[in-house]
Each structure stands twice: as structure tokens, then as C-alpha cells.
Design a binder for this molecule. Sequence first.
Ligand code: 5AD
Ligand code: SF4
Length: 442
Amino acid sequence: MRRHAYHLTTFGCQMNEHDSERVKGMLEALGYVEADQRGEADLILFNTCSIRERADERFIAHLQEAAALKRRAQGTVIGVGGCWAQSVKHEVFERFPYVDVAFGPGQVHKLAEFLTSESLSAQGFFEFESFTGDLPPRRARPHQGWLQVSVGCNCVCSYCIVPSTRGREVSRDPETLLTEVRRQVADGVSEVTLLGQNVNSYGRDLPPGRRTSFADLLARVDAVEGVRRIRYTSPHPKDMREDVIRAHVELPALCEHIHLPLQSGASTVLKRMRRTYTRERYLDRVALIREQLPDCALTTDIIVGFPGETEAEFEQTLSLVDAVGYDGAFTFLYSPRRGTEAATLGEQVAHEVKVQRLERLVDVVQRRAAERAQRFVGRSLEVLIEGPSRTDPARLRGRTRHNKVVNFDGLGEPGDYVDVEISGASSQTLTGAMSLVARAAH
Ligand code: 5AD
Ligand code: SF4
């Protein structure tokens, strides 16, 4: 009998990539093999995102292609998981009757139950039950592991769909997390990324005897032998406390990079976004970071064209970005999301205005990022090799502790740590060559 083959396409954030690794691990445990092409699979899966409208549109085009494949190959099963599925729930079957199974984020267990049940033809939407993180993954990169510290989010940012798709925040037990880290290290992982919608509020919901702050959790992960790099995403500026900033100074494995989502540089917009911090308070956090960690890379997320955003408000974002000098930024056009407060506000900003503002913002972000990157030129940086360079396969590609991509000449395998002499820097990437000493030792 032919083995079942699956094909999985992932949209969205690192949470979804993490969930997808668990889906793959689970399917392979059930005897499925991964198909290279969607057309070769009898189980076609999507892990969806709904953070912005474009994500929905991209996904629906893929879904329609899957429907066409299913018309040709009867018996193909189509499954849709993740945030978009959660936000539309049963409606998915009305709008897309060829979908067989839908499940929300973190409901991979339920998918297994569905696949092993008798009636693959019954449509169903499955509700949340436990952490996907408890399932064994099949990692995309064997040396990099995700650690989902919590699910859900208690914030009420008025533009964001996440609180409605991923629910209230629930932290995982610290002992479970540490066991998971040790297991990852035994599997060959040396870089661990802690994931949560708002990692700084980790642990506040744990029962009194188990209560652990995020800074404590970082220290405990750092103490695990074999963990060489720790990253986390994302903190919320309102909860970014000094203990976490100090942890970057004190813990050898914690990388010199902080992603601190700004969203807007105008206090008035931040208020309408319900971000609960002001421009001044954000700048205060940045000053503290720069004082304790002058070399730390700082990146951010910014939304342009939030409802009612005036030219003067937008200019405050520009001036903040210029003043801070980020090492990089993800910039987004505001996109109204169903069921969110901001979608009901009048005064939506015209699309052309949003696009122009985005271009102006990207200019400042890139100019400042390129300037900031010059500080690496002439330095020797530790690089974790990821594979061949995307532009020149004769070279290697890896990442520094600052999370900068480096394309360089040298020898090594994915997962190796090497020292690279940096000779060039642009806003996005660094270039260089492996240090002679490191090369000789190889
Ligand atoms: N429109 C545009 N960008 C959004 N983000 C979240 N919701 C929206 C939205 N409705 C951005 C924020 C967040 C990042 C993950 O996506 O900047 O930090
Ligand atoms: Fe991730 Fe948010 Fe997209 Fe869900 S909606 S996949 S949490 S970015």
C-alpha cells in the first residue's frame, strides 16, 4: 500500500512555524511522508495567519489551488489550521466546502485524532485543548529550537486579532519548559528561541508555588549545559523591566538583540491603539537598554496609517525612528481586522497615503540601520552557520548574536559556530570571511 503523503504550507509568525514543526512530527509519527509538491499529497494542510488582510488573500489563492487538485484526485483531504481558521471557525465550511478539517492554533492533537478516525469525510472544527509544544517536533533546522513559553495574550491592542484567535494568556510550567530545553539540547539544538505574544508577562498566571518571572526563566534556560544562544520574541514595552535588560548583561547565552515593538511614535496614536505606554515611556526603555547594553541590536514593529493618523502624528514616528536608530524594523500598512475595535473607527487613512508613509518610513529605517551596521565592520563576530548563501552558493550564510545575517567565505556545516571578520555592512546584511585562526583549527 502506498504511504500517505502530506504537504504543509505555513503562513505567519514564528508561533506558526513552531506549530508546523509539531504537525510534521506528528504526521510522521502516524506514518505520513512529506511530499515535495502539493499535487503529490493526499493530505494538503495549511497553517494560516490572519494578522493582516494580505495574509488572508495569499492563503485563499493557495487554498483554491488545493481545491483544484482535490477535484482531480478524489479522496484528497484538505485541512486548515491556525489563526485564520480560528477567526472564522465553522464559517470555513460554508465558504470553502471542500475543506475537510479545520483547527485553531495549538490544536495539533485534534488533527491527529481526526486523521486516525474512521470518518475522514465528516467535517469538523476542533477546539483548543493543550499545548502543541508538548508534541515532538520535526525541526526545520536541527540546531535551532523553539520554546513556546505561553499561548494567548491579555493585551487589548485595538488593531490586533490575536487576543481573539489565541485567547487569554496561559503560561507553561517552568519545569516542563526546562525538561523540553534539555531534550532539545540532547537532540542537537544549541540556539533556543522563547516564544510568546508578550513574553515579559510570562509566569504571572502560574500558581503561587510555581511562580517564575521571565528573567528567572531566562536564567534557568541559560544554566542548561549546551545552550549556547538564547533569543526571545516578543516583549511588550509596557512590561520590559530592568531585570530582563540586566539578564542580557549577566547571562552568557542571552543574545545581544532586543525586539521591542513600537507600533507608533505618537502618544495620541498609542493611546488609540491601547498600547498603554507613551512615546516618552518607550524612549525611556530604549535609554535604559542603551545605557546597560550599548552594543545591543534593537529592532521593532511599526504600523503606519492607523485610523485617524495625521501627518503630524506620522512625523512623530519618523522622528522617533531617526532618534533611536534601529538595527532593523518590520513595517506594516494598517489593515482592519474583523472583530477588532480599530476596524470600527471612522477616519480610515486612504490607501495611497498609507503607502507613501510606508515608503518614507522605510527610507529612514534603512538609512539608520545601514549607519548602525557600520559598527560591525572590522570586528570579528561569532556566526552560527545556517547553510549556503542565498545569492552565491559558494559562500556561507549565518547569523551573529545580534541577529544579523552574514554572507561569508569559509568552511563549515550548518549548526557550526565560527568567527567571521566583518568587512562590509548594509542595512540588511553583513559580509566577511572566516577568521584565519578559526579556519586553521578546522
Ligand atoms: N494591521 C497592520 N499590522 C498589524 N500588526 C498587528 N496587527 C496589525 C494590523 N491589524 C503588526 C504589529 C505587530 C506585528 C506582528 O504585526 O506591528 O507587532
Ligand atoms: Fe502569528 Fe498573529 Fe498570524 Fe496568528 S495572527 S499566525 S499569532 S502573526
